[in-house]
Ligand binder design. Structure first.
Ligand code: WA2
Length: 269
């Protein structure tokens, strides 16, 4: 192969990688914006009205009808903040007990809980589960409520599907906060958490496979928040042959985390 040939392959790789990164980032942003809007909906029609205008059936119907707006997500759910002092009356009113995530047994005593009370049917396995009892979900909740922004976990295996993915969390507050509210004010005003999961192993895979020439390029997505220990979010877990790869930048909208896409050709020129 001549150097001209080689240059051609290199350009192709750069273009294909950048196109995939742009597309993934765009679909991610679209989904995230819609989850943000759902958090505002819950604040307006669930917390902002008495009695609430949203019950499980309404939430399930609306989130199913708008699922096309969140193409990379398996579903969305709302977990309510319950302090330990409120637990007994909460459980009596709901008619069920708060469950721990992995044991599915009644939760041991905690300072506070975040049981799932509203869910898209695709996430019905989260019903009554304390989302603070899962390590990744808990960290997300703690970070989401002091920041007031949408936050992402590192990649982990999602419940039920066991697919590799990340969870997105927005906090729903019980009052209007000023943009410069302190972390403490935010934490005290947190009423619940609206979020869901991005499934990299199947939904992101579908997206990347829809693009032409899928056999020619191998794509990896990494969480590079800890730059010395990149975590695979998508693609083969194989760091060999990094020499002929191209890196496209990715911004998933959580400034606390960094991501990148790395592409290489399946067959070398
Ligand atoms: N959603 C879907 N699958 C999961 C998951 C999750 N969390 N956690 C583990 N597997 C209701 O932050 C609030 C959704 C968490 C929101």
């Amino acid at each position: 192969f001549s150097s001209e040939h080689y240059k051609h392959y290199e350009d192709t790789l750069v273009n294909m990688c950048d196109e995939r990164a742009r597309m993934l980032q765009h679909q991610f942003a679209v989904s995230m914006n819609h989850v943000h809007a759902l958090a505002i909906m819950v604040s307006t029609f669930h917390l902002g009205k008495y009695p609430s205008a949203i019950d499980q059936k309404t939430f399930a119907t609306y989130t199913a009808r708008t699922a096309f707006e969140r193409p990379l997500m398996t579903g969305v759910a709302y977990a309510q903040r319950v302090l330990h002092a409120e637990r007994e009356s909460f459980e009596k009113e709901q008619g069920w007990t708060i469950k721990a995530m992995h044991s599915k047994k009644p939760s041991p005593i905690q300072d506070e809980y975040a049981p799932t009370v509203l869910y898209q049917e695709t996430l019905s396995h989260l019903a009554s589960i304390d989302m603070m009892s899962g390590e990744e979900d808990r960290e997300n909740i703690l970070r989401a409520r002091v920041s007031g922004k949408g936050v992402l976990t590192s990649p982990f295996r999602l419940l039920e599907s066991n697919h590799l993915g990340v969870v997105l969390t927005f906090t729903v507050y019980n009052k209007d906060l000023l943009p410069d509210a302190t972390p403490e004010e935010r934490m005290n005003a947190a009423a619940g958490y609206l979020g869901g999961a991005f499934d990299f192993e199947s939904l992101v895979q579908n997206l990347l496979e829809q693009l032409a020439k899928k056999e020619a390029i191998i794509v990896n997505v990494y969480d590079i928040t800890n730059s010395s220990q990149p975590l695979v979010m998508y693609g083969p877990d194989d760091f060999s042959d990094a020499t002929s790869s191209h890196i496209s930048s990715l911004d998933f909208g959580d400034p606390y985390r960094s991501h990148q896409m790395r592409c290489r050709l399946a067959r070398k020129p």
